[in-house]
Design a protein around this ligand. Sequence first.
Ligand code: PLP
Length: 363
Amino acid sequence: MNTRKFIEYSKRISPYRPNPSIEAFASSLGVPVEDVLKLNSNENLFLDRIALNRILVEAACETDPRLYPQDEEEKLRQLLAEINKVSSSQIMVSAGGDQVIELLFSLLQRGESVTAVSPTFSMYPRAALQREADYREASLEPDFSQNVKKTLGIASGSSMLVVCNPNNPTGNQFPREDIVELVKGFSGLVLIDEAYQEYSEYSVADLVSEYGNLIVLRTFSKAYGLAGLRLGYCIANDELASTLRERYMMPYPVPNVVLNAGIKVLEKRDLIQETVEKTRIEREWLISELNSLDGVQAFPSETNFVLFNTEKPYTEVYEALMSQGVIISKQGNILGNMNCLRVTVAPRTLLWRFIEALREATK
Ligand SMILES: Cc1ncc(COP(=O)(O)O)c(C=O)c1O
């Protein structure tokens, strides 16, 4: 490898720099950590941290860290199979949904192309650039809907089509018929990223047996509240899932303690479902509160975040929120809405604080 060439090329890839830690941010503001409101990464803040910590301790006690993972992965796949009404051989677990994205993009040959609807999750163009793949964007319509014929036209000749559904950052879920038409009409691999599926209306996991080119991505980072543990998975037909799992995935991608925690969380999924219901209620409340602020327009959402546009420049709004200890996500121009920002749906007490800070920030 020519390191110089490698470093030069890599400058085309936007660096992923996570925000400063809450601790560092709090100390820069001179406030206690509890005063920082982190609403930028769509984590599940409705889950009780103490209850989750208990689950983690139980998982740790059942784990033998001296050994490589044993049956934990198979057990987790069995549970996921039951929940998704597929067979365990149709599932591949991964270190977060990001690892599924990485793996699929790593299969692209240099110069091959991948198409994704746009705007969408920033990891797709990044993964494409890492492979020196050609990244094509099929722009959504101004109302965030998709023109399937147009998407298929742009994707023609691509090796892979990626659709985030519901879409991050627009928050909408495309009609199921659109997804079916895309899967039927595209000859390459179709990755449907369902990271936010639990908050939405439907999944297309039931179609994987019928369509051998379909892969559905899921994660434990959002509704399941385990973002810090890095656990995700994908569902595909038997042949594709087992090929990926047995021939392409690195051995032991997920630590046994994390697999055990995933199993325990799935066993307590009533708790998760309760938080999903609460999120839906608070999301609608948040949207109506945002829309009642002068100069703010919020968009509908089928996720645990809300996209909104402000009359004031978004960078100013963002900075004004930061100075009040509130971190959200900067988005900028989203399909002609020039000043978009994205906020995670959280329990009402936290959202009150956010709304009050935003009222100040948009004055
Ligand atoms: C659309 C989408 N896909 C995938 C991911 C990756 O999630 P993780 O790697 O935490 O499972 C995210 C995280 O924000 C996301 O928004």
